[in-house]
Design a protein around this ligand. Sequence first.
Ligand code: G
Ligand code: G
Ligand code: NA
Ligand code: MN
Length: 253
Amino acid sequence: LELESALHKAIERDEIVLHYQPKVDVRSARMVGAEALMRWKRGDKLVPPGEFIPLAEESGLIVPLSEWALREAARQAKVWQLNFGFADSIAVNLPNRLFERSDLVEHIHQCVSSYGVPHRAIQLEITETGLMKDLQNVIPALHRLNEVGVEISIDDFGTGYSSLAYLTTLPISEVKIDRSFVRDLGITPQSSAVVTAIIALARSLGLRVIAEGVETLRQMEVLHRLGCSLMQGFLFSKPLPPDELEQWLANTV
Ligand code: G
Ligand code: G
Ligand code: NA
Ligand code: MN
């Protein structure tokens, strides 16, 4: 409860920050977008999200936190657009709780329009498990978001038992191969079988496919050989504070 009240204050005190991890196209070695990941600056300590996101989800604080993240990502996209000609999108992780709001789409619209960036400046990552758990709330919102140009990426893909038939009906743009499969690439034959299947599925549905958690050259090579050239992971960069992402941004245009 103490941590909960501290987290509540953290939002008001601007102690929450976003770090950004590049999404890289290995064919050009360039950044094609970035994923925003929260950090809590508590004194001189940086509290990792693993320690406060679960608490935020239990307490409901995840709603104001995520709304803040959407606003902050839109603001950052504008700054980078002005300074670096940034025209890609920033991906924000959106937990299911946000889809219970009937005005989610309106909130996102307000975020982008108040900073004067296009809707496509914001991409949403929703986990496969979250998607399947709450289709009733999520699907109508996905359609409305798609109509205004906000792209949807399915996070942790391959772990959530989604109905493939369902996927074909959803307005999604990207699937993110879960890091558990990437980790075992070149180690277990099962992992490359799963990755091969996901890439084939994505291709036949016309979806982008990106691999997360890429840590080794070997994993990068296998993924590239299997037909996935978009990647994210420590091999390229850990999540960086905005000023440190500038090196990547300068390289993009
Ligand atoms: O950044 P990292 O390495 O430590 O994140 C740990 C976990 O916290 C991951 O599961 C990640 O999805 C989650 N997380 C990080 N930032 C956010 C965020 O802004 N919103 C949500 N919902 N989850 C986040
Ligand atoms: O899927 P999710 O949104 O949870 O992914 C974000 C989390 O993954 C963050 O905690 C981030 O720090 C972490 N992450 C990013 N790249 C890598 C990587 O190459 N390896 C591992 N193990 N974690 C990573
Ligand atoms: Na994510
Ligand atoms: Mn993931």
